[in-house]
Design a protein around this ligand. Structure first.
Ligand code: GRF
Length: 211
């Protein structure tokens, strides 16, 4: 059984997609051991509680230094005894010590087709605003392992989403979540939980599912 920690900051729709996918069998061999939010008012915390999952807030505001916050975050994940850390809309920079300790065991969902519209400053609605400003006709989402860079880690899954005439950043954000993020993040967890994912020289290989 893969034990995962889901780290969140906001609405938690990706967390909900994971909870629902475990319930309906799209994700197998997986248990959510902990949900951690940096933001006490994140609706994601309520979603976790409703699903009977242990959830807590670890906020940088409660610590005098960033280093103390980083230590507390790492300690919480360690205590939960998890095999995989899932960043599901987590807006905090991951401590380097955590990346090193959980090498190829942290995944993130990013709302664009990496390497487009990613890196520093590309988060939330800003991504979709930039997509519309550039006039690209296809966008999407990327699920990737986390390394020391911003959105630079090995890519696990990507899914394209059409940009439509008249899209607003919010409308596009919603379509990218529905059509791509909520599909590929659960799929990546399921494939990892079932031992189908390996990383070699910075590239991800996925063993095909048997028919
Ligand atoms: C998603 O768009 C995700 O790609 C981005 O932040 C948003 C989180 O949404 N990193 P939610 O909290 O899962 O609803």
């Amino acid at each position: 059984m893969l034990r995962i920690a889901v780290l969140v900051s906001g609405g938690g729709t990706n967390l909900q997609a994971i909870i629902d996918s475990i319930a309906d069998g799209r994700i197998t061999n997986t248990e959510i051991a902990a949900v951690i939010s940096n933001n006490a008012s994140a609706y994601a915390l309520e979603r976790a509680e409703k699903a009977g999952i242990s959830a807590r807030c670890i906020s940088p505001k409660s610590y005098q230094t960033r280093a103390e916050f980083n230590e507390a975050l790492l300690a919480a994940v360690d205590e939960a005894g998890v095999d995989l850390i899932v960043l599901a809309g987590f807006l905090v920079v991951i401590p380097e010590a955590m990346i090193a300790r959980y090498r190829n065991r942290i995944i993130n969902i990013h709302p664009s087709l990496i390497p487009s519209f990613c890196g520093t400053g590309y988060y939330g609605l800003k991504v979709h605003e930039a997509v519309l400003a550039r006039g690209v006709k296809v966008t999407g989402a990327t699920c990737h392992f986390v390394d020391e860079g911003t959105d630079t880690g090995p890519i696990i899954f990507q899914k394209a989403v059409e940009v439509r005439e008249g899209d607003t950043p919010k409308a596009l954000q919603r379509r990218v979540m529905e059509e791509a993020e909520w599909v590929i993040l659960p799929r990546a967890i399921d494939r990892i939980a079932n031992g189908a994912v390996s990383v070699e020289d910075g590239l991800v290989h996925i063993r095909q599912q048997e028919a």
